[in-house]
Every structure is written in structure tokens, then in C-alpha cells.
Design a protein around this ligand. Structure first.
Ligand code: COI
Length: 354
């Protein structure tokens, strides 16, 4: 049993920080100096450790590789102008990780390990948090099965880790997307609401087909009728129709995005009408045709808020109006950035100082 949370820390002998070109960060390729590692066996989480970032040994029979018990989270740390580092809504990620763990038959992680591990790791690598506009330290907590066993059953041992990487904008340009009406990301009753690795793997082939047609991402539609919007790529999808913010209601096939929650909260704070409901591809295209579709965008931790410039539907491309300076997605992007960088009041206590 974990009596006290001692995180043993083995600092790196030589930081790689001086080698990093912060102006040219390719998402997810540059990792900071340290990582957190915690193992689970005999029904208990063991002592967490912070060690230099680096490769690890995995059995060829590792059951996560064979059967996919592997889940992850994504959150970001920001640096204010005065150099303070803060995390955006980390407890929301903690709760979602455990919801994913339950769905994938994996053990629950104690809050203390998640939060203390995160805080101590980011504190140690605070020098890696970039300051430029649109940049942040992307934090990837993840858990995977570690049994070396080819029988199909839940693993009895697991590893939880956190790695971090300085990142810039995920989508530097407005997106071209198309409705996907053949392949499915997730069906009702499936595991689409959880952040398990398989959801992302299964999306790659249809996404590649879309990319070969010149789209950056797909807008997934529901599995039974291919009629209703689910998500856009790795983001939640949002639309401004006639001044109202419309987004698919959460379901077992849609990820409960933390950026989604935050953007909906801002819209409500600003007195906008927010509609979380079923929204069909046909409704979106009708709104595009009659000029009431003012904006379409995806929201996610990595992407933040990514504007959609073109939507493909049943073989045709439709252009959306250019995003005006006072458009909702621009104002929401600026408002979130200001809260995250400590330049605006944090009315909902989203930030956690490191
Ligand atoms: C995130 O926004 O954190 C995601 O999960 C997207 C990621 C797969 C790049």
C-alpha cells in the first residue's frame, strides 16, 4: 500500500534544454528531460519515480501491445509573463483517465499519484514550458497493461507514466474537413467516450483516405445512420448557427472534451444560446446554404480551437465565411489564452499553479 507519496527523483546528468529550437517545434517529437513512472502489481500502485526521459524495456508478449489496454490523457501547462507555470484543469483529466480506465478494465489511479506526479514533474521541467503565443508544454499522462501474457483477459499489472513536450500550434491553418459517411469512429455502446489508444488507431485509415482527397480531417458521423455529427478528427465539433453555439450532445461514442467544456462555459458566461443536442450533417449543410452557418471549428487540448474553412459533403466542397476578428471562435481562443497565461481573471478556478 502507498502510505506516503514519496516521489524519488533521479535528475538527468545533462539537460537537453540548450539544444531545443523553441521556434520550430514539431508537435510531440521533442520531449523534456524527465518522465514519471509508476507501476501497479499485486493489486497496488507502487512508489512513483521521476527519472530521465528515455526508452524502456517491454516484453514482446506485453498485453497492451496485443490487446490494447492502453489509455491516455492530454493537458497543457502554460507560463505567464511573470514566469509562473500553471496547469489547465488537471483534475478534469484525472477524472477522465479513471473513466477510461474503468471502460478498459484497468485499475483506478489515486488522485494523489496523478496530481503530485504531475506537479512535481512539471516543476522539475519548468524550464521547458514555452512562452510564445499559442505554445505550451503538452503533457501526456498514460497507462498501459504490462502483463507478459498472450491469454485474452485483463492484465494484472500496469504502468502509469507522464511525459511532456513543448509544443506550438497543432493546426497552423484553417482546416478542410469532410463528413465521413462510410467508416465509423465509434458506435453507441462502444468505447468512443474513453481515451483509449484503439480509438485513435482505428481512425487512421479513414483519415488517410480523407487526406488523400485533400482534407486535413474528417467529421465523423454516427454509426447507425451516418446522419449525425460526432467529432471532428481528434476534436469535438462546434458550429455557430445564427448566433447560437451548436454542438453534439455527449454520448457513449463522443469524448467529453475538456476544451469543449471550457468553450461551452465561456459561451454561457457571455450569454450565448448553447445547444448540446443531435446535429445532423444535413442541418449544417442547410445552414451553410442559407447563410446562417457563421462558424465551424474543432476544439481539443492539442488543437485548442481550430477553424474549419471548407466542409466536404457528398462529393462537393463548401466554403465557410472567413472568420471575422470578432467571431466567437476568435474571442474564445483569446479568452482562453488570457486565462491560461494569467492575463485575465480565472473566474472558474481552472488554473492550478505548479
Ligand atoms: C489532445 O488534444 O490531447 C488529443 O488527444 C489529441 C491528440 C491525439 C493529439
Amino acid at each position: 500500500m502507498l502510505d506516503t507519496l514519496t516521489i524519488s527523483t533521479q535528475p538527468t546528468a545533462k539537460s537537453r534544454l540548450p539544444e531545443i529550437d523553441f521556434d520550430n517545434l514539431d508537435f510531440g517529437r521533442t520531449f523534456s528531460d524527465h518522465m514519471l513512472v509508476v507501476d501497479y502489481h499485486d493489486g497496488e500502485w507502487q512508489q512513483p519515480q521521476i527519472v530521465p526521459y528515455g526508452p524502456m524495456t517491454v516484453s514482446p508478449a506485453n498485453s497492451a501491445i496485443h490487446y490494447g489496454q492502453s489509455i491516455f490523457e492530454g493537458l497543457k501547462a502554460y507560463k505567464s509573463q511573470s514566469g509562473e507555470v500553471a496547469l489547465f484543469r488537471p483534475l478534469d483529466n484525472f477524472h477522465r483517465l479513471n473513466a477510461s480506465a474503468e471502460r478498459m478494465c484497468m485499475p483506478q489511479l489515486p488522485e494523489e499519484i496523478f496530481m503530485q506526479g504531475l506537479l512535481q514533474l512539471v516543476r522539475l521541467d519548468a524550464g521547458w514550458v514555452p512562452e510564445g503565443p499559442g505554445s505550451a508544454l503538452y503533457i501526456r499522462p498514460f497507462m498501459f497493461a504490462t502483463d507478459a501474457m498472450l491469454g485474452v483477459r485483463p492484465s494484472e499489472s500496469y504502468r502509469f507514466m507522464i511525459v511532456t513536450c513543448p509544443v506550438g500550434l497543432y493546426y497552423p491553418k484553417p482546416l478542410r474537413v469532410r463528413f465521413e459517411e462510410k467508416y465509423v469512429r465509434s458506435a453507441e455502446g462502444g468505447a468512443g467516450y474513453s481515451k483509449n489508444a484503439g480509438n485513435y488507431g482505428a481512425a487512421m485509415y479513414p483519415t488517410r483516405l480523407g487526406q488523400e482527397e485533400g482534407y486535413n480531417q474528417l467529421i465523423w458521423t454516427d454509426a447507425s445512420e451516418h446522419k449525425y455529427v460526432e467529432e471532428s478528427g481528434t476534436m469535438n465539433a462546434m458550429f455557430i448557427i445564427d448566433g447560437r453555439l451548436v454542438t453534439p450532445a455527449l454520448s457513449s461514442s463522443i469524448l467529453d472534451g475538456i476544451t469543449r467544456r471550457s468553450v461551452l462555459q465561456l459561451a454561457r458566461d457571455w450569454g450565448m444560446q448553447v445547444e448540446e443536442r443531435q446535429v445532423s450533417a444535413r442541418e449544417i449543410m442547410q445552414a451553410q446554404a442559407d447563410g446562417t452557418l457563421q462558424e465551424a471549428f474543432g476544439v481539443g487540448t492539442a488543437a485548442t480551437i481550430a477553424s474549419i474553412a471548407v466542409i466536404g459533403y457528398q462529393g462537393q466542397d463548401y466554403e465557410l465565411p472567413a472568420v471575422a476578428d470578432d467571431a466567437f471562435s476568435r474571442r474564445a481562443t483569446a479568452a482562453l489564452a488570457a486565462i491560461r497565461k494569467g492575463q485575465a481573471p480565472d473566474a472558474h478556478n481552472w488554473m492550478v499553479r505548479v
